[in-house]
Design a protein around this ligand. Structure first.
Ligand code: AHR
Length: 632
């Protein structure tokens, strides 16, 4: 293979390798959002979902009241009266999200909103394991009385690590108290932020050094119907005023799923922007375009009623970038971030199709380009990369001069291998491409035994050489879905698996990371007999130059069952003399997976080797992905 170092083909977008985030598979609630109480405000479909009575209960000990008229976004609260019917202690237990993950020595902040006319009821709180042993406890004695609502919290420590703890709340004393937003958060959140995010999950994202964060999805942007679409304005401001909705993925397909999957929006648009900033990623929000999910037949807003949707987009730009004197810029500042979030890209629609999508998109495009020409618009061409629907959309999106086209493909390993040349002939002058959702999967993507195995990851590695080689047109790329909880997932594959305590990084994660942390600044020609290496003799390869580090980086996937000795002829540089780094991701078994709670089978291994002259010989094991880094 020849690599021509002095003839860069194109610069590489430094934000190219990013993250797709969606609250699917318990990615947000029960996942990265560290709240441990399920249904903290009693707003789920059934008000007591997630809660259980602990003691003998007279009917009137607990009432759920609804103040719809003056608290539309959070109407229900719990009234506890300890004076009715029983002299024994009464209490409630919250089951958490498939249990609560708690750790030895970590503090847990218990908080409530409450209202009481007179003092009388105290809350004795205890974390318990599955056998009922107390792991940590504390007492909250509400200190204010009157007709208004108050917030109060207290923190206690767990004396044990347990993935399946629960929280008991015993109501002591005599009297009546109203409660809402009953909450329990660990204090070891990401950056120690109060009521924040799970640190281990954010760290896994930060380690990818992502160029962008696309949020909040995915199909949840669209909703089953328009009433359940994602509306960013309902996810910002005080947490108790954010109106939850049923999750689009509630009970869908399902593995160990119960119909209690809601979006509480503790992780809302402000927190998404903050997360992007924290991990050094450009924010890429996707908004509803006036269409609900068409896989569920869909629902459309008539064109003449699209204005509020377009206004949401304009207001979002103000929320992200506007001066603190503007309405939405002020809200951002009030929430703690007077500096702009530096939004540069905005997606309109996710996997919507047909002329209905194009018509609606055109309305957004006109308004957005008139007021914010600085914002690049991302539009979706959907999931069917060879189908008629895709061909139609691609043609229309190009004709209307959309900035970036978002393509999705969940396909077999063979498809990924056969499509390594997909972008070789794409028009360099037209819209840029966002490979916005991709994952290779062996056989059935809704069965766990095929999830994220090495065969799938290797085929992704091979395919991504094609994205890298075509960085002139492919500007953004992200794997999807991102997270899956082992006790509640809708589908596989997923980049990162979690339980209530830990993260488990898949072979696909390591492939993504090897690309995003070795992205280079310029694409270089890497050829075999004058051709790009995209499947000849089961090899896939690409090369980039990192001008800042003065480094040549070669990626090579050998998908065959035999080891190969490859010689790279490095041209256009002075003779090399020094050391190269060779990172290998490999496994003999194509079905190998990195299993939860077990030592990972597929992990990058690194070695150094001496180089001299202009030819570099690399032994690429059977079924291996190799990254070779050479200091120039
Ligand atoms: O990544 C999961 C889903 O796949 C996304 O919500 C949707 O955009 C796609 O169909």
């Amino acid at each position: 293979f020849t690599v021509q170092v002095d003839q860069p083909i194109a610069p590489i977008n430094q934000n190219m390798w990013g993250i797709f985030f969606e609250d699917i598979n318990m990615g947000a609630d029960g996942g990265i959002y560290a709240e441990l109480i399920k249904n903290r405000s009693f707003e789920f479909f059934r008000p007591f979902m997630g809660w259980k009575n602990l003691g003998p209960v007279a009917e009137a000990n607990y009432l759920i009241l609804n103040r719809q008229s003056d608290h539309e976004s959070n109407p229900r609260f719990l009234r506890v009266n300890t004076t009715k019917g029983t002299s024994k202690p009464i209490g409630l237990q919250n089951e958490g999200f498939r249990g609560m993950g708690v750790k030895t020595g970590v503090g847990y902040e218990f908080s409530v909103m409450y209202r009481q006319k007179t003092s009388g009821v105290s809350l004795r709180v205890e974390l318990v394991d599955t056998l009922g042993n107390v792991l940590g406890k504390g007492m909250l004695i509400p200190s204010n009385t009157g007709t208004g609502w108050h917030s109060q919290s207290m923190t206690f420590t767990s004396n044990k690590t347990d993935a399946k703890a629960k929280l008991n709340i015993w109501f002591e004393g005599q009297g009546e108290i109203d409660l809402d937003m009953i909450s329990l958060f660990p204090t070891d959140t990401w950056k120690g932020r109060k009521k924040g995010l799970r640190a281990d999950m954010v760290q896994a994202l930060a380690d990818l050094k992502p160029g962008f964060l696309r949020f909040p999805g995915g199909c949840i942007v669209e909703g089953f119907d328009l009433s359940q679409r994602f509306q960013w304005k309902k996810t910002v401001g005080a947490i108790e005023d954010r109106q939850l909705i049923i999750n689009r993925w509630n009970f869908e397909f399902g593995h160990r799923l119960t119909p209690d999957y809601f979006q509480t929006f503790g992780l809302g648009f402000y927190e998404y922007f903050l997360l992007a900033e924290d991990i050094g990623a450009a924010p890429l929000p996707i908004l509803n375009c006036g269409m609900a999910c068409q896989f569920n037949t869909g629902e459309l807003v008539p064109l003449e009623e699209l204005d509020p949707y377009v206004q949401d987009a304009l207001d979002l730009i103000e929320f992200a970038n506007g001066a603190v004197t503007t309405k939405w810029g002020k809200l951002r500042a009030d929430m703690g971030h007077p500096e702009p979030f530096n939004l540069k890209m905005l997606g309109v629609g996710n996997e919507n199709w047909g002329p209905q999508y194009i018509e609606r998109l055109a309305v957004f495009q006109k308004a957005l380009k008139a007021q914010h020409p600085e914002i690049e618009i991302v539009a979706s061409s959907g999931t069917d990369p060879e189908g008629e629907r895709f061909v139609y959309l691609d043609k229309e999106l190009r004709a209307m001069g959309i900035d970036i086209i978002d393509e999705h493909y969940y396909r077999s390993p063979d498809w990924f291998l056969n499509n390594a040349k997909r972008y070789d002939n794409y028009d360099r002058q037209g819209p840029k491409v966002f490979a916005g959702e991709y994952a290779s999967h062996s056989k059935n993507m809704f069965r766990s035994e095929y999830r994220n195995n090495w065969e799938a990851a290797l085929s992704e590695a091979a395919f991504l050489t094609g994205l890298e080689r075509n960085a002139a047109v492919v500007q953004l790329a992200s794997y999807a879905p991102l997270f899956a909880h082992i006790d509640g997932w809708q589908w596989t594959p997923d980049l990162i698996w979690v339980d209530n305590l830990k993260t488990y990084l898949t072979p696909s994660y390591y492939v993504q990371k090897l690309y995003s942390t070795n992205k280079g600044t310029h694409v270089l020609p890497l050829l075999s007999e004058g051709q790009a290496v995209a499947g000849q003799d089961d090899c896939y390869a690409s090369a980039v130059l990192d001008k800042e580090r003065d480094e040549l980086i070669i990626k090579l996937a050998n998908t065959s069952a035999t080891e190969k000795s490859i010689v790279f002829d490095i041209r256009g540089v002075k003779k090399l003399n020094g050391e190269a780094i060779h990172i290998v991701l490999q496994h003999d078994d194509p079905l190998a997976i990195n299993e939860v709670a077990k030592a990972p089978l597929v992990l990058p291994q690194e070695r150094k080797f001496p180089i001299k002259g202009s030819k570099i010989s690399v032994l690429a094991k059977a079924q291996s992905f190799n990254v070779i880094k050479i200091k120039l």
